[in-house]
Design a protein around this ligand. Sequence first.
Ligand code: CS2
Length: 488
Amino acid sequence: MSAPRLSGVADITGPVSLPGYEPSQHGVGIVHLGIGAFHRAHQALMTDAAIAADGGDWRIVGVSLRSTEIAEALNPQNGLYTLIERGEEGTTARLVASVSRVIAADPAATLEALCDAAIRIVTLTVTEKGYGIDRLTRLPDLAHPAVAADLANPETPVGVLGLLTAAIARRRAEGAMPFTVLSCDNLPENGALLRDGVVGFARRIDAGLADWIAANIAFPSSMVDRITPASTAETIAEAERQTGRQDLAAVESEPFIQWVVEDHFPSGRPLWEAGGAIFVDDVVPYERMKLTMLNGSHSMLAYSGFLAGHRYVRDVMADPAISALVQRHLTAAISVLPPLPNIDLVHYAAALLARFRNPAIAHETFQIAMDGTQKLPQRIFQPAVLALQADRDIRPFAFATAMWMRYCLGETDTGVTYALRDPREAEIRSVLTAGSRTASTISDALHRLPRFFPPELVASSKWRRIVETILESTLKKSVVDSLVLEAA
Ligand code: CS2
């Protein structure tokens, strides 16, 4: 029999720290698209700290574009949830009150919320594939189902580009203040990319509107960082120990948090500095550091670790061969990064290794492995091109790529099958079943996927040879043997 459901700050009987403000005294100012675990562990926490320190009507209307699960968890709890931080030194928890309500799988209500004159910022964590922007042309991806639907019916949008464009158009017509659009996904120059996507989408409907958006809507970029595994029954159990209540929206994360934001908010913003956010003129060097080092080595260790039978990142880090390869990857990544003022990249790498090893965090390799086609270009291929051009070590990037290719076969050496969980899964499966499966046919087929590998890598025989040799070793020997050999 579990405790009664969490619904108000006054219910709390456990050690959790409480919000430093009375939630009902603060109105909403932000709509967040994609209210998953990451948002609740990151921007919602920063906003909570900002309201506690500086007040303001900055509470959040959360939106789940498709699922109803989070709304069903949060709405009966009046938006309250427990954020559990698990570090080597122990566990702490905090009750977060910055979420006001959640709209679930309801595009009309979402558009309504986006048009509310009180809203001054729209933040997004919709994952790489959620935007529907072609990364090469930076224009709307017409093959993306939501983009196609929204171009056909722009008045009743269901996807990110359609909703933002329709809301901006309506607010403009109604004379409401323009909102600032802040992408918080792991994409390079996420703000500029989203601006190009929205302007490109609007141009297909109304050229005047497209020009107006380009001139009047701010799309700052931001780099976000916090390792946040999917919540489990253990998360809910810990929340109950912390609050004395049943909290079905509890999340857990590591103690580390970082948010580097381009300071361009013409309609105002919360005092996110209170939660530790850093405001800069140019986010690009920070995001390149994070995407190349953290996310690049994360993807590498997720594919190799999953294939070697490791469920969690902490188990992968206890495997001497893969752990050595993670270090090698980080060194190669540093070699292609420009120096950053005030950041020592060698220290950053050491801190990453400690974060990956965190024994209190159960982060599944299978979770990180998903959506490889959306992640590899910025995490692995972009630094590989730079390394190739500068005549630096390309092998670690080729190794990560070969491990992804091996993963694409959908079956481990011990015969365990799994879903790729990638928006291009069907395409990958069809190019891989077309011919015989040798290292060279697999590598050729995947290198030929449209709009994926950069031409510099496709054209490099050196790159192709290394990828193929490593892939061949995993097929002829085994993944585990190849890892040991590679690390030797
Ligand atoms: C991970 C990221 O799932 C993934 O692809 O690499 O979610 C990673 O945990 C975060 O970017 C950390 O900030």
